[in-house]
Design a protein around this ligand. Structure first.
Ligand SMILES: *Cc1c(COP(=O)(O)O)cnc(C)c1O
Length: 367
């Protein structure tokens, strides 16, 4: 098998060691003679898998007991509706920070349930920066404040956590909600400033089909009238994510990914490696006139690195030659064009080195 590096934004690369272990355990998990996919979700085997996955996540991140961990389905996109359905709590307004396409989708969905106040936006500069906390204006009757810490398409990442008490001068006490689909587990995370965190698994946690929710216990309320049972956080919290059949195999793979992260030294080690990987690529882009990254420097994502070529008529040639070298899925999102390299936890350092050396060579022969 030839070596390839997969720069897809999601579903994304998984650690090779994880896939190898899944392969070893595929037909016979721990001597039970069957695959995890075939097990009853209420049997003792799967119950032990989900319990260990949860306790490993609690330990790896440091999640206190007054936060519930839910293993849901429907992707991060279903959270765009579940958040307002469950967190409005009798209020009629919610605040959103608009930093690009994923924020925008969350906003569009929330508008079906409430009045949305745009607390801050970077639309004035084509979503190339993270609006500074001084610019946030939060509605005094807001139910919650939602933002997207890493815009997967635009490559804008908040390298700071908003402090709502400070932003509102201590006047507004609303839970902070974050869509961490594309940067969760990429660096240490203190969950306590947040009321709710959600993340689709297919970027940095595991396979598609699972969405992780971390919710502060006091926010497990009765949702708005008419909310389907499956769309109430409380349903899943009360039943330990076993109200119905959870995405068992995806949870099992998530457990293997957590083992892998723990073995590699945890989130602060991952952060160190992620900084090194991202810097390698940004340094090349910034040192050349041939490549360009539109994102403001302090707000550049460590996970998703969009860049353009000086001459976009070379895009197809770039992609073709990259592919011939085993550097795959570098095409930018269809809405923005150009290139995008997604370098999540599972992208090895060697993959970024291979990309950078290809880019240097391509520049030399085409500049
Ligand atoms: C991928 C992504 C989503 C959408 O996830 P689905 O699981 O496809 O619904 C939402 N938000 C962010 C930040 C993403 O990266």
């Amino acid at each position: 098998m030839s070596i390839i590096y997969n720069f897809s934004a999601g579903p994304a690369v998984l650690p090779k060691e994880v896939l190898q272990r899944a392969q070893q355990e595929m037909l016979d998990w721990h001597g039970r003679g069957m695959s995890v996919m075939e097990m009853s979700h209420r049997g003792e085997e799967f119950m032990s898998i989900i319990a260990k996955t949860e306790s490993d996540l609690r330990e790896l991140v440091g999640i206190p007991n007054h936060y519930k961990i839910l293993f849901l389905q429907g992707g991060a996109s279903s959270q765009f509706a579940m958040v307002p359905m469950n967190l409005l709590r009798g209020k009629r307004k919610a605040d959103y920070v608009n930093t690009g396409q994923w924020s925008q989708k969350a906003i569009d969905e929330a508008r079906k349930y409430c009045q949305v106040n745009i607390a801050a936006s970077s639309e004035d500069a084509c979503f190339t920066y993270a609006p500074s906390p001084e610019s946030w204006v939060i509605d005094s009757n807001t139910a919650y404040v939602h933002y997207t810490p890493n815009e997967t398409i635009g490559g804008v990442e908040f390298n700071w956590v908003p402090d709502l008490a400070q932003i509102t001068g201590g006047k507004i006490d609303a839970p902070l909600v974050a869509d961490m689909s594309s940067n969760i587990l990429s660096r240490p995370l203190d969950v306590t400033p947040f009321g709710l965190i959600y993340a689709g698994a297919q970027k940095n946690i595991g396979p598609a089909g699972l969405v992780l929710v971390i919710i502060r216990e006091d926010l497990l309320n009765t949702p708005i009238a008419g909310t389907p049972t499956m769309y109430a956080y409380k349903t899943h919290a009360d039943h330990h994510s076993m109200y119905n059949t959870p995405p068992t195999y995806a949870i099992y793979i998530m457990g293997l990914v957590l083992d892998w992260l723990i073995q590699r030294g945890g989130l602060s080690e991952m952060e160190k490696i992620n900084i090194v990987k991202a810097n390698l690529l940004y340094e090349l882009i910034d040192s050349s006139d041939f490549y360009r990254c539109p994102v403001s420097k302090p707000d550049r994502s460590r996970m998703n690195i969009p860049f353009t070529l000086k001459d976009s008529s070379l895009d197809n040639e770039f992609l073709k030659q990259a592919k011939a070298r085993g550097l795959l899925q570098l095409k930018g999102h269809r809405s923005v064009g150009g290139m995008r390299a997604s370098i999540y936890n599972a992208m090895p350092y060697e993959g970024v080195v291979a990309l950078v050396s290809f880019m240097k060579e391509f520049e030399k022969t085409h500049a």
